[in-house]
Design a protein around this ligand. Structure first.
Ligand SMILES: NC(=O)c1ccc[n+]([C@@H]2O[C@H](COP(=O)([O-])OP(=O)(O)OC[C@H]3O[C@@H](n4cnc5c(N)ncnc54)[C@H](O)[C@@H]3O)[C@@H](O)[C@H]2O)c1
Length: 92
């Protein structure tokens, strides 16, 4: 089974990508710090064995065990309302 990491997986685009790759038969790892995302977008995927959620900030050190076939990087606030409030996320 192919494995894919989708950052921003609880966001608008990321959550739809999670749905799509689950349908395609992938093991999907969604990573999100939930700064603008919402668990409601992916709650229907949580019971699935082939879906994993990591509550992590991609601007810090991250670790995903095992090999990955693809990484889709969508972790970034997209809405002008959000990015005017948080133009730069600082690692603490
Ligand atoms: N929505 C669009 O129409 C559109 C069009 C073109 C490009 N994009 C780009 O796609 C990306 C995602 O857009 P979206 O509409 O899904 O935005 P969104 O805000 O709905 O999703 C972004 C997700 O990334 C997460 N996130 C933000 N910073 C993070 C961090 N440091 N670590 C982990 N997770 C983090 C948020 O919590 C959220 O779930 C953005 O880069 C955006 O510019 C979006």
């Amino acid at each position: 089974m192919k494995r894919i990491l989708i950052t921003g997986g609880a966001g608008f685009l990321g959550s739809h990508l999670c749905d799509r790759f689950i349908k395609e038969g992938y093991e999907v790892i969604a990573m999100d710090n939930l700064i603008t995302g919402d668990m409601k977008n992916i709650e229907h995927l949580m019971p699935l064995e082939q879906f994993h959620f990591y509550h992590d900030d991609v601007s810090k050190y991250i670790h995903v065990p095992g090999e990955l076939d693809y990484i889709l990087h969508f972790a970034s606030p997209a809405s002008p309302i959000d990015y005017l409030k948080i133009p730069i996320q600082h690692s603490r």
